[in-house]
Every structure is written in structure tokens, then in C-alpha cells.
Design a binder for this molecule. Structure first.
Ligand SMILES: [Mg+2]
Length: 225
């Protein structure tokens, strides 16, 4: 009798212990789940933050990316652009068509004769002063020019399209600087072609800009690869 009571007591204790242990384990698993969830949440937050930063950087750089980069203005297949439906071209002058402040040479004159033959209208849009831009335009047989355009302001680009009677869809831009030329064209919403600057010897403020350009170009080219 005493033996069976003792046995029942032991079984009861055993049962309580099992319940207690299960409960403990359940609690532990719950806590573990929460911990894992929190860690995952933190990880997710961290990933989201990094992504946001990356996207921000991407956007920061992207606004300077040209639609295309071509070695030289003289390598551009202008005929194919005409076939695609383009009718107007906005050109930067210095270091895009000739060396900085250099007069129009035979190559430049021939290019603009060719463009006229194809059927293009063109406009020179430069941050340089009037005598420089006007003379260049006249020498190559052009009609439209904008001086002190204050690129990357969009005003010069818009005025150029007004002068040519073209629009954002059928106009493209050619220039050698990212932060003025290409950025301005992008802000205007027109196709932009970046060409390599013609003159390797440039003024100090442009040399500094070129270093910054290199960083953006490196990212642009690595994205293209
Ligand atoms: Mg230039």
C-alpha cells in the first residue's frame, strides 16, 4: 500500500518535472525565436541602410553619366543619328571641336559642311565669351550660337533647341566635360555624348575637375562592362 502510494508520488513528481521542463524548453525556444527574429530584423535594417546608401551614391553619380562616350567628335557616326530621327545637334566648342580657344580648322569646317549635307541643324553652346563663340560659328558656316551659356544650366540647351526648331527627342548633345556639358544635357533631358577632351594641357581648375570626372567615369565604365 505504502509502496504504491510512494510510486504514485514519484510518478506525479516526474510528471510535474516533465511539464516544467517542457514549459522551460518552450519558453527558451520562444526566446530563441525572438532573438533570431530580432537579429534578422537588424540584419535586414542594415542591408536596407547599405542599399539606400548605395542607391543614393548611384543616383548621385548617375546624373553625370553620359548616354554614350565616344573617343572624339570626329569619330561620331552622324549619318546613323540622322537615320534614327535626330535633326539637331548642340555642340560644346572648346576641347570638343578644337583645342581651347583655337580657331576653327579645316577638319572642323569639313565636319559642319558634312552635317549640313546630311540635313542637320546645329548650335554651339559654350560657357566661353561671345567673340570666341561667334567667330567659331561663323568660320564653320553655322548660324546659331549661345555664349556664356552657364552650363550645366538648362537655359542654353533649351534656347539652342528653340533656335533650331527641334525638341528633346530629336536633339542630342556633344561635349567634353561631365559636370557642365553632360550634366546640363541630362538635366535638360536630351541624349548626351561625352568625347575625350582634345587638349591634354588644361587650366588648373579644369585639371581639378578632371580628377573628379575620373571617379565618375570609372563608375560609369565599370557599370557598362
Ligand atoms: Mg569644353
Amino acid at each position: 500500500m505504502l509502496g504504491s502510494s510512494f510510486l504514485r508520488f514519484v510518478l506525479l513528481i516526474n510528471y510535474i518535472i516533465i511539464i516544467y521542463e517542457n514549459e522551460d524548453e518552450r519558453k527558451y525556444k520562444g526566446k530563441e525565436k525572438i532573438r533570431k527574429y530580432c537579429t534578422a530584423e537588424k540584419k535586414y535594417d542594415r542591408i536596407e541602410k547599405v542599399e539606400k546608401k548605395k542607391n543614393g551614391e548611384k543616383k548621385m553619380f548617375q546624373k553625370f553619366y553620359p548616354s554614350e562616350d565616344i573617343n572624339s567628335t570626329y569619330d561620331i557616326d552622324f549619318e546613323s543619328y540622322f537615320e534614327k530621327g535626330y535633326r539637331g545637334i548642340i555642340f560644346d566648342v572648346d576641347n570638343t571641336l578644337v583645342f581651347h580657344n583655337a580657331p576653327a580648322d579645316e577638319r572642323a569646317k569639313a565636319l559642319f559642311q558634312r552635317l549640313k549635307k546630311i540635313g542637320f541643324d546645329f548650335c554651339f553652346t559654350s560657357n566661353n565669351k561671345e567673340p570666341r563663340v561667334k567667330k567659331f560659328c561663323q568660320d564653320v558656316g553655322g548660324t546659331h550660337y549661345i555664349y556664356k551659356a552657364n552650363k550645366p544650366s538648362t537655359k542654353g540647351y533649351k534656347k539652342a533647341m528653340r533656335l533650331m526648331g527641334t525638341n528633346k527627342e530629336n536633339t542630342f548633345f556633344v561635349g567634353d566635360q561631365l559636370f557642365t556639358d553632360v550634366y546640363g544635357a541630362n538635366r535638360t533631358g536630351i541624349h548626351s555624348i561625352l568625347v575625350k577632351p582634345m587638349n591634354p594641357k588644361e587650366e588648373i581648375q579644369i585639371v581639378l575637375k578632371r580628377y573628379l570626372e575620373k571617379i565618375v567615369l570609372w563608375r560609369y565604365r565599370s557599370k557598362k562592362r
